[in-house]
Design a binder for this molecule. Structure first.
Ligand code: 5GP
Length: 203
């Protein structure tokens, strides 16, 4: 199945497209992306490296590569990260190798990364499509962050502060999706992806 999808993809364009998806922690990005992945099979989720501790239910190698600060620093020093940033006291970065490999084999790549990372990716890969997922309101974001109840009060406040900064930077993105309903937001993202391919095919 996957092989066929790659072949179909390669017939129209040799390289996949990078879609950078950002949005404040708690905006529901992961749920939206989950819906998108159900509907596409020629799509690779870029698994980030992080120094943050796993949340209950998170899997090493699937959700993130969880590592120590020393391990993260070593990856950074060895040029293994396409971009990296500090977010709410933890380090996050995108491993370069898998992204390049997947793009070459015709897969699209989705990166769920913050605004600092998005800017670095756009500098290195100007053809990347930047999509910002916004919560319906700050009040709703706070409700969602507290509802998750995996974070301490201090961490919730840090993430709310970070969200304000991120929302102000949404203007640098190619597209903004308001996540007031997951299936609608997922369909919007799928439309953006299809349109990006159509535009590429016309070039
Ligand atoms: P969380 O800790 O809630 O999983 O993620 C916190 C923030 O870090 C989110 O905005 C997420 O998009 C961002 N993030 C996750 N992975 C990366 C990465 O590899 N690079 C950058 N720059 N940000 C990331």
């Amino acid at each position: 199945m996957q092989l066929k999808a790659v072949k179909t993809n390669m017939m129209t364009h040799s390289r996949g497209i990078v879609f950078v998806v950002s949005g404040p922690s708690g905006c529901g990005k992961s749920t939206v992306l989950h819906e998108v992945f159900k509907k596409r099979d020629n799509l690779y989720f870029s698994v980030s490296a992080t120094t943050r501790l796993p949340r209950p239910g998170e899997c090493d190698g699937k959700d993130y590569f969880f590592m120590s600060r020393e391990q993260f620093q070593a990856m950074c020093n060895n040029g293994q990260l396409l971009e990296h940033a500090e977010y709410a006291g933890n380090f996050y970065g995108t491993p370069r190798g898998p992204v390049e490999e997947k793009l070459l084999s015709g897969f699209d790549v989705i990166m769920d990364i913050d605004v600092q990372g998005a800017r670095q990716v756009k500098e290195k890969m100007p053809e990347a499509v930047l999509i910002f997922v916004a919560p319906p309101s700050m009040e709703e974001l706070e409700v969602r962050l507290r509802g998750r109840s995996t974070e301490s009060e201090e961490k919730v406040l840090r993430r709310l502060e970070a969200a304000k900064v991120e929302l102000n930077m949404s203007t640098m993105y190619d597209k903004v999706i308001i996540n007031d309903e997951v299936s609608k937001a997922a369909d919007e993202l799928l439309d953006i992806m299809d349109n990006s391919h159509r535009l590429n095919d016309q070039l």
